[in-house]
Design a protein around this ligand. Sequence first.
Ligand code: FPP
Length: 240
Amino acid sequence: MTPSVSENKMPVPCHIAIIMDGNGRWAKKRGLPRSAGHAAGAESFRKIANYCRTLGVKYLTVYAFSTENWKRSQEEIGGIMRLLGTYLNEAIRDMEKNRVRFRFFGDLTRLSPQLQKLCIEAQNRSKDYDVQVNFCLNYGGRDELVRAARGFAQDVKDGRYAPEDLTEDLLAGYLYSADVPDPELIIRPSGELRTSNFLLWQSAYSEYVFMDILWPDFGPEDLDRAIAEYHRRNRRFGGA
Ligand code: FPP
């Protein structure tokens, strides 16, 4: 058996992002409703978030609901939102013990008022903690860039900036991820080989690890494998 990341004393990436994909197929294989796949996916998330914390990963970003996921049935959307609500209630209850900071990337205004309230409460009450989980909720990478462009355009209109003041760093400050370092490693389980509008700006130099496993089956040993694969890559950032 290969040693785990912690046994091997392998350095861990500071920021890991995950596209939690394959819940529907996991459920279908078992003759279960899609909601059962999402419930199992939420369990995988709990396990992986805890494992990341023990490894010392500073930022974990997960794609929980995209701007495109509204095309799904009301039943499925409602199920995912309920799981998120349950999780956030637990997180708020256990806040002192776990000391995890929560941020939300995405336009929360389309969520139910109750869920918005939970997101705001989790975000406000955890703002002084260090280890951070970023939930991408009603998130799309293109939407994020459009909002950033609008934010800058408004600031130009209001006289705070001139168009030529815009730099990469300045634009990054208008993104949901302002102040969060870019992810070194992005993991996509489920065998799909695409980025699906996830962290378009932030992933410019991320290492992608695609894995042939469905998210509800994904465990700490799979995270170890992804980190080991990341260490085998030769990151040159455009240099020779
Ligand atoms: C993609 O798999 C998954 C989603 C769109 C939802 C992810 C949501 C969760 C894991 C639960 C959220 C709750 C917490 C607490 C994190 P898919 O349904 O597209 O899978 P498929 O491609 O096999 O159909």
